[in-house]
Design a protein around this ligand. Structure first.
Ligand code: MG
Length: 449
């Protein structure tokens, strides 16, 4: 038997011969296939690009590193309280982050999350999301890969998406739906106006309801009667193939919600959204036991802990989170993974009050998460595309990721400055600094929006 010392000498000799070989520049194919890592970048600057090219206040965080040309963008969009998000980033997270490594995403997320002690509010979560997504962008740019690759790569080629269809009356909704179907959409969210009322997701008519105040009016019972007729007309007139979605927007009482979910069961919806407010989620248990209407929830949730009972008891079907509201990609990919364990699928919030950076993050999660369900889509205006180059592309009802490193989006800051917060605003929004006004029942009672 060879003495141990002799083995060590032989091993040492072959190792040093190997290193010498490499040092001479004759590297193996395996060595050549591995890109050398960049040194750890440090955060040098953090700022917010505040812009409203389409009239909605978009907040985008830009993190610049100490390495030349290496920076990233993240979505921090909370349109109704946008100024506060800007302050949270620039007055609190900026001094906390400068000098820290830019390549420790989860660690940085946890550090920022805990640094305010009181946490989990929409302003702080959106600010944190801006930082989180910017760090994912930086890591993608360092790796030379789109972010969906860093999350594991594609589970599908593109994200099937739904578009918003509305009208002042049912025939107008049907006409608009047919146009979207001709463009290739297989999924449509349908909303209809209620005469004299401020219905959600549709224009307000010229009629005025009798009321004891001067605010816009909404009566839950009138809306429910109209919505039921709309869904029946859509299913009858648009055929069996089209997938129908509808957003209640938490505007009705729990028992009205239960009745409505049962009434629409026969129209075989893709999902019914926000049937209850976050305060009333215990009612999902009752609905689940009484009908098979698929349920989407969570656009207003902040904390991942709000999901636990709904997922663990399999009470909902789709996660509707606004990714920046939850704190960015880092918490949302964990929530998606939790959903996968319980058969709950993703349907990230994607209206116009998400910046193109946020839409790119949605698509990255859509492609990389096995339990993807559907993606909400809103078109990018010409002005938005002037500010954000290389937005995700929608074709034939599918949303495609940018194949460039990171989010693949570049922000034209000179163009962004042409459309400051408040651009294009009028009425309530202008008066409320981008915030929403109020909606009341006929007697004056405030309702949830
Ligand atoms: Mg919604």
């Amino acid at each position: 038997m060879m003495p141990r010392r002799k083995w060590m000498l032989l091993l040492g000799g072959s190792l040093s011969a190997g290193w010498g070989h490499r040092a001479a520049g004759k590297s193996t194919a395996a060595e050549q296939a591995v890109r050398p890592g960049m040194p750890s970048p440090k955060i040098r600057e953090v700022k917010v690009i505040a812009t409203a090219p389409a009239g909605l206040r978009l907040a985008v965080v830009k993190i610049v590193t100490d390495q030349p040309g290496l920076y990233g963008y993240g979505c921090a969009t909370f349109t109704q309280r946008a100024d506060l998000v800007v302050a949270a980033v620039e007055r609190y997270l900026r001094p906390f982050l400068i000098g820290k490594p830019a390549d420790r995403i989860d660690d940085t997320w946890q550090a920022c999350y805990n640094s305010s002690y009181w946490r989990n509010g929409p302003v702080l979560n959106n600010a944190l999301s801006g930082v989180d997504m910017a760090l994912w962008d930086i890591k993608g740019r360092m790796a030379g890969m789109p972010v969906y690759q860093l999350l594991g790569g594609k589970c599908r080629e593109a994200a099937d998406c739904y578009t918003h269809i509305s009208g002042k009356d049912i025939p107008e909704v049907i006409d608009n739906a047919r146009r979207a179907m001709e463009q290739g959409f297989r999924h449509i969210r349908v909303q209809v106006g209620v005469p004299g009322m401020a219905a959600y997701g549709s224009g307000r008519g010229t009629e005025v309801a009798e009321r004891l105040h001067s605010s816009p009016v909404f009566e839950p019972a009138a809306y429910l009667r109209r919505a039921l007729k709309l869904l029946e007309a859509c299913r009858t007139q648009l055929g069996e193939e089209i997938e129908l979605l509808h957003d209640v927007h938490e505007r009705i009482t729990p028992t009205q919600g239960l009745q409505f979910a049962k009434d629409v069961e026969k129209f075989r919806l893709f999902f019914l959204e926000d049937l209850f407010s976050p305060e009333d989620i215990d009612y999902f248990r009752i609905v689940r036991h009484q009908c098979a209407t698929p349920l989407a929830m969570g656009e207003l949730f902040n904390s991942p802990h709000e999901w636990r009972p709904l997922m663990a008891e399999r009470l909902i079907d789709y996660i509707r989170l606004h990714v920046s509201q939850a704190g960015g990609v880092t918490p949302c990919r964990k929530i998606a993974a939790l959903g996968e364990l319980f058969g709950v699928r993703t349907a990230w919030h994607g209206p116009g009050d998400v910046s193109p950076i946020g839409h790119a993050a949605n698509v990255a999660l859509d492609l990389a998460c096995y339990n993807f369900g559907i993606q909400e889509y809103s078109p990018f205006s010409e002005r938005t595309q002037e500010v954000f180059r290389n937005c995700p592309v929608q074709k034939n009802g599918y949303l495609y990721a940018n194949e460039l490193p990171g989010w693949g989006i570049e922000v034209n800051e000179a163009a962004a400055a042409k459309y400051p917060f408040g651009f294009g605003e009028s009425g309530d929004r202008k008066e409320n600094n981008g915030g929403w006004g109020e909606i009341r029942r006929r007697d004056g009672t405030i309702i949830k929006q």
